[in-house]
Design a protein around this ligand. Sequence first.
Ligand SMILES: [Zn+2]
Length: 118
Amino acid sequence: MKLIKRSRVRRRTQYYHRFSFATDPLRGFSFDARSDGRPVLHSREAAALYRRCVSGSVDGREVVDQGVSSYELEIHEPAVGRCDDCGGPVRLDRWTNICPRCGAGYDERGDALQERVI
Ligand SMILES: [Zn+2]
């Protein structure tokens, strides 16, 4: 099998904007954000809730803006090889990897699996 993409680990910083209830600081709302703090709102409902949080009150309860924080993500992207039998791409993310087109098997390094006689 010929590798067409090497495995790699990508690192990304994820930002979020958090609001907590004034009377219960461990509970509240969190929204994905860009590095400059602008929110990334995935739906109309999220946008409406964000506006309520910014206004300082959700359902009559005071919320406190806790600001934008971040955490680091590590994303593993597996190697991809070209199947010896059919030429299709095979993700090498397990000990045993099966070509989705033809069913040929490969190990995590891309070596073809041998049939075993039991
Ligand atoms: Zn194949």
